[in-house]
Design a protein around this ligand. Structure first.
Ligand code: SAM
Ligand code: SF4
Length: 371
């Protein structure tokens, strides 16, 4: 496969960012530790690479070559992996994602099984909201609590342009049904694209504040299958704060960020003192938080990715499917730990103006990793 190089105006990984080559401490006691002392406790698990939208910043118009069913983690394998993570490797939080997790027909059964095994585990789902209205109650009854719905605009034309599908009303109905089913908190994820929905940021925030949803803007990352990302094209966190500032006053949320990817701000109407709520901004590109990263990712076909931008993947599937389950748990856990031990210090993207060394975009798009 040809490697795509995109010029980001960013430094490449500097010497020392790939670790010192020390051996990993033995046993599962250290959990998912890396060479720089970070411990991953937040597991992102992709349930499928398939999706029913074609968001410009993620998926090509024609879709991708979906994984064959026998290559996907089965429900039993998912339950086993989460069990290993939680019971042996220190995972404290789980997010189910994709692709679009709602297209998986056994999703409710998977969530119910995970909840039976881990009654206290914070478990959330990231979805595009298409078809959510019909499934929200079943998801809540199965034990899901938290939900993130991706919705970049309230305008039908811009939604169609961004996602290449006319499903905004379904997403809105899904959010309403999720709230009615008691899912809480409900967060709304939005990616802004210049000239498409950047003018809708303040309106979307007002809508979320009115509905009691927490909005999080995500900087567009170079993880689109079309390789159309450019640094000039992306809307930075600084710009997002500027886009909101005519309507709202933002001030840093005094609560600890505690490893969360989003920097939270308190929101007030411009010039007034009453607190309306909060907004989060995930500035993965321009204000990266790699030093405090606590995430471990597993793709829908069972590959560990220690970083979203990683070009190295460690396949757990052969071990999951070999021999007796009890015997192989040690091997699977150890391989997962090895993968995380090699996590790079940083993704190599920094602030603009620090160099133009070139950055190698991963082969996988966001949908094939699990965002
Ligand atoms: N399909 C579900 C959804 O859209 O919510 C879950 C998977 S999607 C890959 C997870 C999140 O990644 C979404 O909030 C989406 O907006 C975000 N995302 C996808 N591509 C992105 C990119 N290139 N940069 C930043 N965020 C991206
Ligand atoms: Fe599908 Fe989510 Fe990617 Fe959009 S961001 S194409 S909804 S996986």
């Amino acid at each position: 496969m040809e490697i795509a190089r995109v010029t980001l105006g960013m430094p490449e990984l500097r010497p020392g960012t790939t670790g010192h080559g020390a051996p990993r401490p033995g046993g599962t006691g250290a959990g998912l530790l890396d060479q720089f002392g970070r411990v991953a406790t937040d597991m992102r698990l992709s349930l499928t690479d398939k999706c029913n939208l074609r968001c410009q910043y993620c998926m090509p118009e024609a879709g991708l070559d979906w994984l064959k069913k026998d290559k996907l983690l089965t429900a039993a394998e998912i339950v086993r992996l989460v069990g290993l993570g939680v019971d042996r490797l220190g995972v404290r939080e789980l997010r189910l994602t994709g692709g679009e997790p709602l297209v998986r027909s056994d999703l409710v059964d998977i969530i119910a099984a995970l909840r039976r095994n881990h009654p206290e585990l914070p478990m959330s789902l990231t979805t595009n909201g298409v078809g959510l209205a019909k499934k929200a109650k079943a998801l809540a009854d199965a034990g899901l609590t938290r939900l993130n719905v991706s919705m970049d605009t309230l305008h039908h034309d811009a939604f169609l342009q961004l996602t290449r599908r006319p499903f905004l009303d379904q997403v809105l109905a899904g959010i309403e049904a999720a709230a009615a089913a008691g899912l809480s908190p409900i967060k709304v994820n939005a990616v802004l694209m210049r000239g498409v929905n950047d003018g809708h940021a303040a309106e979307l925030l007002q809508w979320c504040l009115d509905g009691g949803y927490e909005l999080r803007f995500i900087e567009q990352m170079p993880l689109d299958a079309d390789h159309g990302w450019t640094r000039d094209g992306m809307i930075t966190a600084e710009e997002i704060r500027g886009l909101l500032s005519g309507t709202f006053d933002l001030s840093p949320d005094p609560r600890s960020r505690d490893g969360a990817p989003a920097e939270r701000f308190e929101v007030r109407t411009a010039g007034s003192t009453g607190l309306l709520g909060t907004v989060g901004i995930i500035a993965s590109v321009t204000e990266p938080f790699c030093a405090d990263c606590r995430r471990t990712r597993i793709t829908a076909e069972g590959k560990v990715m220690s970083c979203l931008f990683s070009r190295e993947e460690v396949d757990l599937l052969p071990l999951l499917r070999a021999g007796s389950a009890m015997h192989d748990d040690d091997a699977v856990a150890s391989r997962w730990q090895d993968a995380m031990w090699s996590k790079p210090k940083a993704h190599g993207m920094g602030r603009p103006g620090l160099g133009d060394a070139g950055f190698v975009q991963p082969d996988r798009s966001m949908s094939a990793i699990g965002g």
